[in-house]
Ligand binder design. Structure first.
Ligand SMILES: N[C@@H](CCC(=O)N[C@@H](CS)C(=O)NCC(=O)O)C(=O)O
Length: 212
């Protein structure tokens, strides 16, 4: 099911990569249609889906005749398409601040965070490995330390205002703070996270979905 007028997001609401896209669309007030796919809903390995996204993962965005996949590319596409310049600054230096965190999310924090999340939330209690969880926890703790330190002198990752960098990292930070694992205080990370928690779009598309 797609809609000619508003963008369609293919992907289940519980995917952190879908959550980023839904959060951005809500943040800029752009209506959309979301269709459950992937996980328990399936459909993402079928030919019709693979024609749109050969990786068979979610999300995929359909905007009129344009199909976009890779969640951070979707974020950039939507910011450009709907002229959300404050979220994706045009200035080269400012943009580089934003994009480094988007790339870091995809290359560094994302894989580590997914392992921790899956080893707890997506693993039945009797099959969980305390050793593995601890290994993954330590890996995440170090990475969130990096984020904590960079937030010492800035409200948001890109500076004073929300940008795509925060949107890329917010859903994984929610998981980190909500998973039943030991954590440091993370004073500056927590200050930033509390700012995200004040945003209705973050509450709606990340917090209300919960850990599932
Ligand atoms: N780099 C891709 C990763 C996409 C990805 O791995 N998506 C996961 C959900 S977060 C997925 O489709 N898993 C299979 C499924 O849900 O069936 C992106 O950022 O869009």
């Amino acid at each position: 099911m797609t809609n000619d007028i508003v963008p369609t997001v293919l992907g289940r609401a519980t995917s952190s990569n879908v959550q980023k896209v839904m959060w951005l669309l809500a943040e800029i007030g752009q209506p959309c249609v979301r269709v459950d796919m992937g996980g328990q809903f399936g459909g993402n390995k079928e030919a019709q889906y693979l024609q749109k996204n050969p990786n068979g993962v979610v999300p995929t965005l359909i905007d009129r005749d344009t199909v976009v996949w890779e969640s951070n590319t979707i974020l950039r596409y939507l910011a450009n398409r709907f002229a959300a310049v404050e979220l994706y600054p045009a200035d080269a230096v400012h943009r580089a601040w934003v994009e480094r965190w988007m790339d870091w999310q995809l290359s560094t924090l994302g894989p580590a965070n997914t392992l921790l999340f899956q080893s707890i939330v997506r693993t039945p209690l009797e099959q969980r490995s305390a050793d593995l969880i601890e290994t993954y926890r330590q890996r995440n703790a170090k990475l969130f330390d990096v984020l904590d330190q960079v937030l010492v002198d800035r409200r948001y990752l890109g500076g004073d205002e929300l940008t795509l960098a925060d949107i890329a990292l917010g859903p994984l930070t929610y998981r980190w703070f909500e998973l039943p694992v030991e954590r440091d205080e993370y004073k500056y990370l927590r200050r930033w996270y509390d700012l995200l928690r004040q945003r209705p779009a973050f509450e709606r598309h990340i917090v209300e979905i919960g850990l599932s």
